[in-house]
Write a protein that binds this ligand. Structure first.
Ligand SMILES: NC(=O)c1ccc[n+]([C@@H]2O[C@H](COP(=O)([O-])OP(=O)(O)OC[C@H]3O[C@@H](n4cnc5c(N)ncnc54)[C@H](O)[C@@H]3O)[C@@H](O)[C@H]2O)c1
Length: 352
């Protein structure tokens, strides 16, 4: 099954060849390198070194393993050019080697976890960024990428769906999701401020629901939850009426977007990343997954569990005009294909 993920990553490499060349001989510092997206970024660079780059790109990955796994689920990397440090990014860090790029991906991405760890969520975003921005300043990095979120738009008014980067958002500063939404918002402000005052070439991505193989069932985001329930022969728990909508972006499309923004995005700019099609309701998503499972499980509406933060946005769909026009990004993997790949990974990983 790892073979399937590696083949996926090779397709990404063919799409980001131009950007990847810039990484020749460079060093990347990444926070959250043991998380879902972080593990893919680290593995992709490992494969770039094996397949494309003459001068290897080095990686220093930081993670406190609060939600990330200690062992990379794609490739068990044992390579002198890859360091995996157990470090909490909320604390300052001394780095004694030249850093060329920084990616701040550490955070509590799943609503279940940011409800459980609200202070860690706020501090990991803001203090983590502050510590890394200081390193960026010191080494005059070529690029600093911050993982913000589509959640910074809050519950957008329908006139702003699909949502462009220029939409200012509809967010409560004291609501049940504020620890996540507002800390991402303030961290965006912090990044822009470092750009304006110190000239740090920051770039910001706002991902819209990235998914794929490697998400664990204990992640509690919607796709791993539906798949895991279904594989155990249980009906798929759709919150409330299930009319709330999302768009979902398969991990390989997201990776192409991430590297395009990191290398070729304009400094001081924000980019939506995701897939703009289809915008599906949660009931529809559950129906698609139950069809793929072929075991007679069905979507079942239920009230929100107490572990889930209230105030769920009703619609979320990106306007991708900016990244498509400026960076030539185009999502390629349709929803059923991506879900099926994720389902096959779950079957293998959890012995179904
Ligand atoms: N996956 C998505 O759909 C999505 C959508 C919007 C935004 N994002 C953002 O992208 C980033 C990566 O998302 P993901 O899906 O890989 O999340 P993830 O939860 O799988 O990974 C986050 C990683 O950060 C680590 N971490 C948390 N706090 C830390 C700290 N203080 N110090 C060091 N490490 C810490 C966790 O242990 C984990 O390994 C997150 O910042 C998330 O908010 C993701």
């Amino acid at each position: 099954m790892q073979r399937a993920i590696i083949n996926d990553l090779k397709l990404v490499i063919s799409e980001i060849k131009k950007e990847a060349k810039v990484l020749e001989g460079k060093t990347i510092l990444i926070s959250g390198g043991a998380g879902f997206i972080g593990s893919y970024i680290v593995s992709l660079i490992y494969l770039l070194n094996k397949n494309l780059l003459k001068n290897k790109c080095k990686v220093i990955s930081l993670d406190n393993y609060l939600t990330g796994a200690k062992k990379n689920f794609i490739i068990d990397i044992k390579d002198k050019d890859f360091k995996f440090l157990h470090h909490d990014v909320r604390l300052p860090l001394n780095i004694n080697e030249k850093i060329d790029f920084i990616i701040h991906a550490a955070g509590l991405a799943s609503p279940f976890y940011y409800k459980k760890y609200p202070l860690e969520t706020i501090e990991s975003a803001i203090f983590g960024a502050k510590n890394l921005l200081e390193i960026a300043r010191l080494y005059k990095v070529k690029g600093f990428l911050f993982f913000s979120s589509s959640e910074i738009y809050g519950d957008p008014d329908p006139n702003n769906v699909p949502t462009p980067e220029t939409y200012a958002g509809h967010v409560s500063s004291i609501g049940p999701r504020a620890c996540y939404d507002e800390s991402k918002r303030l961290t965006e402000t912090l990044c822009i401020t470092y750009h304006q005052i110190y000239g740090v070439p920051i770039k910001i991505v706002r991902p819209f629901n990235v998914y794929g193989p490697g998400m664990r069932h204990t992640d509690y985001r919607v796709i791993p939850t539906f798949i895991y329930y279904g594989l155990r022969g249980r009906n798929l728990p759709v919150h409330d009426k299930g009319v709330q909508t999302r768009t979902f972006c398969y991990i390989t499309d997201a990776l192409a977007a991430i590297f395009k923004v990191l290398i070729s995005g304009k400094a001081g700019e924000v980019y939506n990343i995701g897939n703009d099609n289809p915008e599906v309701s949660m009931y529809e998503l559950a129906s698609i997954i139950s069809n793929l499972l072929e075991n007679n499980v069905k979507p079942r509406r239920k009230s929100y569990p107490s572990s889930y933060p209230a105030g769920e946005p009703q619609r979320r769909c990106p306007d991708l005009t900016k990244i498509k026009n400026e960076l030539g990004y185009m999502p390629k993997v349709d929803l059923e294909t991506g879900l099926n790949k994720t389902l096959q990974w779950f079957k293998r990983e959890y012995n179904f």
